[in-house]
Design a protein around this ligand. Sequence first.
Ligand code: AMP
Ligand code: MG
Length: 341
Amino acid sequence: METTRWKLTNDAKIDAEAIHSAAELLLNGETVAFPTETVYGLGADATNEAAVAKIFQAKGRPQDNPLIAHVDSSAQLWRIVDYAPEYVEKLIEALSPGPVTYVLPSNGTCASNVTANLSTIAVRIPDHPAAQQLLQTCNIPIAAPSANISGRPSPTAAAHVWEDLQGKIAGLLDGGPTGVGVESTVIDCTQDIPIILRPGGVTREQLESLTGKAIIDPALAGEAAAPKSPGMKYRHYSPDVPLWLVEGNTEKLQQIISAEQHKGKRVGLLASTDTAAQLQADAKLSLGRDASEIAANLYESLRHFKSGEVDVIICEAIPQTGIGEAVMNRLKKAASMHLTE
Ligand code: AMP
Ligand code: MG
């Protein structure tokens, strides 16, 4: 399949034509990747089962991992869900459009493969001009997981989508790098209190200030066996080379790097700007100065070191507060080893 790639330019006329062509493909049951404020999504008509099946096919995504339905507004959100507890309206008012996904009882409008046959549906209103224009033009819910091969780091630039999915999807809207860099916060809104199923762009602190209380799915804290969010059990975000996530100070990081080099291994270092400046390794990449910068650079950084170039990636852990909670959730999944103190 030939993948059409449109570069968004900030020229309203050129961009409107690109969005129109992309919307036409989506309405015809094809898949199109598009930028959102979190990561690039791979979209298909959420009401068309055959179209949605093409997403699973292109990504190699396990069939039991449900997708997020993207809508342009709360009006469209209420068209695909059955009912919601009162606090959901408050959350939508404060946080949407934005990097947050609500899991709510489905009213059956979306195809059954969007929800992997669950009775609930995950819905999000993205806050990105291209995503908004695309959704408004289509005027249907668009199912869209991250636009990467399953198991690889999520795409935060059109080049990442191209690398993974060129020839497997009908179109790609290139809107430049995304902003937040980690995916949306997924919240189970079927109970009296919101339950965070996946940490993301909206922080636990933000949710608690709005609803008084938010619970983290016990499975995320490693206390229960089965995560409520089916996707959380799969291996994710894997770089080309094994990554060791290390909690500890610069001395400990340097010790581990030197020990591996002593065994003849070439070590790539991923660390915050300050730490990276203090350490010696075969190759270094700064993750950024603070948690927001690290989130924005995270997936690009995980794609940076290629096999053949280094044998192991040593990655510095960061504090699990604010958006750092989402960053550490992704790093733990990307890591083949997690060294704690
Ligand atoms: P992705 O689209 O790759 O960003 O992943 C979407 C995330 O939302 C995955 O972790 C899914 O398992 C989760 N998800 C989607 N629908 C539901 C649902 N109905 N209930 C719980 N989690 C869901
Ligand atoms: Mg994904």
